[in-house]
Design a protein around this ligand. Structure first.
Ligand code: FES
Ligand SMILES: [Fe+2]
Length: 348
């Protein structure tokens, strides 16, 4: 017998930027198949390097472009009757007619190559992107770049029964470190900023049982930037120097793909093989800790309204209220009911 998780009470069609591939998976001339948001899509890279993500089916008679479609210069050619479609999803050539079909268009998605990742903008209302996907270096405004770090290390877990919001809630969840990660870390939050589409959480890491510590002495800090529900980037500095990216993308109404990436900082003047090996081990450990979280999330049932300890109230309330703005279909759980109730109250 197969036990299935109840469908999450949160919408699996949130608005925002979501990772659908890694950039190096789609080289020039490649056509890459994928399914996200319950939709068959293809990503292809033109001769010029331009990347396109579009729905997979040809508007002529419906062939799947991911099964035999190929890149010809700057267009993709359908395997069935050779019709050609450009970066905007427009038909530019019907090989056996002197003019193309100017009316039909394959749906394309706003796409960016960033963080060595391919992000698409998803919005059921088809609005243009109204915020930016965070950059794991540039968004922290500290002049850093990939050159200051060892190569990106990655984790990919497909079609897990979890919702992107679970992963973001981790960002305010101070109590799980000791139990999930077996580390006596107690984060002390210094910033909770959920005013905008991009939100910010900063904290300082303190250690349980060390009463002598003074928060100013502790030089281990984490800054997190959440670009909507799909992508979060972090910068850890002080005792440790790393950057991470977590990206969760709904595949269908029940499951999501999870990608997690880490960069370990280089130490100037110490760039030998041994240092690189240690960095790789450290990256593996960061990834292992993330898999401990995944183990919880993939079996979790969204608790709504949750039973919260006093110290959890502010953080969880703020992040759940913030998350609502990304559900244009209104399926944001009971927080949405509370909000509309208070809106009704205000109108009266
Ligand atoms: S179905 Fe694509 S060209 Fe005919
Ligand atoms: Fe965690």
């Amino acid at each position: 017998m197969i036990f299935r998780m109840a469908k999450p009470p949160l919408s699996m069609k949130p608005t925002g930027w979501f990772q659908v591939a890694w950039s190096d998976e789609i080289k020039i001339g490649d056509v890459h198949r994928m399914t996200y948001f319950g939709t068959e899509m293809v990503a292809w890279r033109a001769e010029s390097g331009q990347l396109t993500v579009m729905d997979a089916y040809c508007e002529h008679l419906g062939a799947h472009l991911g099964h035999g479609g190929h890149v010809e210069g700057e267009v993709i050619q359908c395997p069935f009757h050779g019709w050609q479609w450009n970066h905007e999803g427009r038909n530019v050539c019907i090989p056996y007619q002197d003019r193309p079909n100017r009316g039909r268009r394959i749906r394309t998605y706003p796409t960016v190559d960033r963080n060595e990742s391919v992000y698409i903008w998803h919005d059921i209302e088809r609005r243009e992107p109204y915020f930016d996907a965070p950059d794991v270096f540039a968004s922290f405004g500290d002049g850093s770049s990939a050159a200051d770090y060892y190569p990106q290390q990655r984790l990919y877990r497909e079609t897990l029964e979890l919702h992107p919001q679970y992963v973001l809630e981790n960002g305010v969840d101070f109590a799980h470190f000791k139990f999930v990660h077996q580390t006596p870390i107690v984060p002390v939050f210094t910033r909770h900023d959920f005013d905008d589409d991009v939100s910010y959480v900063d904290f300082t890491i303190t250690f349980e049982g060390d009463d002598q510590q003074n928060i100013e002495d502790v030089e281990s800090r984490v800054e997190a930037i959440n670009g909507g529900l799909g992508i979060a980037v972090t910068k850890s500095y002080g005792m440790i120097d790393n950057r991470t990216i977590s990206a969760v993308t709904p595949v269908d109404d029940r499951t999501s793909d999870v990608r997690f990436m880490v960069y370990i900082g280089r130490t100037p003047g110490r760039d030998d093989e041994r240092a690189e090996m240690k960095a790789r081990q450290f990256g593996d450990e960061v990834i292992r800790q993330f898999t401990q979280d995944i183990h919880i999330w993939q079996h979790q049932r969204y608790s709504d309204p949750p039973a919260l300890a006093n110290a959890e109230q502010d953080g969880f309330t703020a992040i759940r209220q913030w998350a609502l703005k990304f559900y244009p279909d209104g399926l944001g759980g009971s927080a949405a009911d509370l909000q509309s109730a208070s809106e009704r109250g205000q109108k009266n």
